[in-house]
Design a protein around this ligand. Structure first.
Ligand code: 9YT
Length: 135
């Protein structure tokens, strides 16, 4: 059994800050934990817009606090995001994620992240194999 607390993660390698400064991701479970998915708490900072396209992953997101919106780049649909909203990117949908207040999101990825992933200029996370080969 694995038990982890946020205060044990902050400041460690599981505490990943985006290089563009838009978000911080506390990665409670990663590929090396052997669960078959990774599990994160992400804060998207107020006033930011993040381009995302998880072409190599499936992601489910549950908002527990804050306000924002997701704009699908394929359909132009705008989806408001507040406490209690869940969305699942089961079609690898490219999108923009905007926060008007700090958004606190619980996120699950399949395949699991290895831990060092950050978005490239298209908003993509590398495959686990590509990401491992970087270090
Ligand atoms: C919702 C989303 O994908 N935000 C970007 C960070 C990501 N959730 C992560 O790596 O934890």
């Amino acid at each position: 059994m694995i038990v982890r607390r946020l205060k044990e993660i902050i400041g460690t390698e599981r505490d990943k800050k985006a290089k563009n400064g838009n978000w911080v991701s506390r990665r409670f479970l990663l590929a090396k934990d052997g669960m078959g998915f990774s599990f994160h708490e992400t804060t998207i900072f107020a006033g930011t817009e993040t381009r995302i396209w998880y072409k190599n992953h499936l992601e489910a997101v549950y908002c527990v606090a804050g306000k924002g919106e997701l704009e699908r780049l394929d359909t132009k649909e705008i989806i408001p995001i507040t406490d209690g909203t869940m969305y699942a990117l089961n079609g690898h949908e490219p999108h923009l994620l905007r926060a008007s207040e700090d958004l606190r999101l619980v996120c699950v990825f399949n395949p699991p992240l290895i831990g060092t992933e950050d978005h490239n200029s298209d908003g993509v996370y590398a495959t686990p194999e590509e990401e491992s080969a970087k270090s």
